[in-house]
Design a protein around this ligand. Structure first.
Ligand code: ATP
Ligand code: ZN
Length: 286
């Protein structure tokens, strides 16, 4: 049987969509029935294991799976000994301390002696220890944000992305404990064949990630304005210039980061650029 990389991903939940989207852009597709535990990718030597996110780090550390995609928060909380192969740029959130509106809070020491509800006791314990603050950690599996309103705790340490869940529970974020995103993890001492597959996966994921942040830009300009325009959008290596049928005019093709594009668009027009087209890039390999 050909070698496979066993890749553990979240069965359903906040990471599933981002994981599936990234894999699809990497041209790695699979079908996942609601009840299936495993699935083979079409056209790529990966077998997916569909698991609860909390279990992924341990499965990888134990070698039941070769690699996995999991939030950095879940990885740190597990304490599992694995290697982080690559950050993946989705599932961004932060683990934060929050207190009820109106409660006096100036610094972490304000929480001394208080009860803090969290589903991340290990990370919180390390954080409090580091700050030299003694508080009672009240571990909850979920719905951490309601703990203060039912009198279970005076503060929470919970995952936040927009902050709207905290706000609707009358809580105010006061401290960031950890910044998190989805990461690709691997077990230690991957056999050569699996390492080779993993390297291909990382190569594809990086090409996709880079492309997401860049756009292909095409514009027309008087040939004598090109130097000024190139200075504004230098491109990945050097822009391509093609003559237009209209005498004294050229077409310029280049790559621009989506951030830079909005910064320079005004200057491009002022420099004489016309007919500017901006297109998405599917993959970008340096
Ligand atoms: P499972 O059934 O797999 O245990 P879960 O309920 O523990 O799922 P989800 O709520 O799906 O987990 O969150 C999975 C991961 O998504 C989190 O560990 C975190 O890394 C990430 N995440 C991103 N934004 C948020 C958010 N606003 N709240 C919670 N998790 C978030
Ligand atoms: Zn979970």
């Amino acid at each position: 049987m050909a070698e496979l990389l066993r890749l553990a991903i979240q069965k359903s939940g906040r990471l599933f969509e981002g994981t599936q989207a990234l894999l699809k852009e990497c041209d790695i597709e699979f079908s996942a029935g609601k009840s299936s535990l495993k699935s083979r990718a079409f056209d790529f030597p990966v077998e997916f294991y569909f698991l609860r996110d909390d279990d992924i780090p341990t499965y990888v550390a134990d070698g039941v799976a070769d690699a996995g995609i999991v939030g950095l928060n879940a990885l740190k909380e597990s304490g599992a000994e694995v290697t982080i192969a690559d950050p993946l740029g989705f599932g961004r959130c932060r683990l934060s301390l929050a207190v009820p509106k109106g409660v006096a809070y100036t610094e972490v020491a304000s929480l001394a002696g208080k009860r803090i509800a969290t589903s991340h006791p290990r990370i919180l314990r390390d954080f409090l220890k580091d700050k030299g603050v003694g508080a009672h950690i009240h571990e909850l599996a979920g719905s951490v944000e309601i703990a203060p309103s039912i009198g279970l705790a005076e503060a929470v340490c919970d995952l936040v992305s927009t902050g709207s869940t905290l706000a609707s529970n009358g809580l105010i974020e006061v401290e960031t404990v950890l910044l998190s995103e989805a990461v690709l993890i691997t077990r230690k001492n991957l056999p050569t064949a699996q390492q080779g597959i993993l390297d291909q996966l990382i190569f594809r994921a990086r090409a996709v990630r880079k492309a997401r942040h860049n756009k292909y830009i095409m514009l027309n300009a008087p040939t004598d304005a090109l130097d000024r325009i190139i200075a504004l959008i230098p491109g990945a290596t050097s822009p391509s210039i093609m003559p237009l049928a209209k005498k004294g005019w050229s077409s310029l093709h280049s790559v621009v980061s989506d951030h830079d594009f909005w910064e320079v668009i005004g200057s491009l027009k002022a420099a004489g650029a016309e007919g500017i087209l901006v297109l998405p890039i599917e993959k970008m390999i340096a």
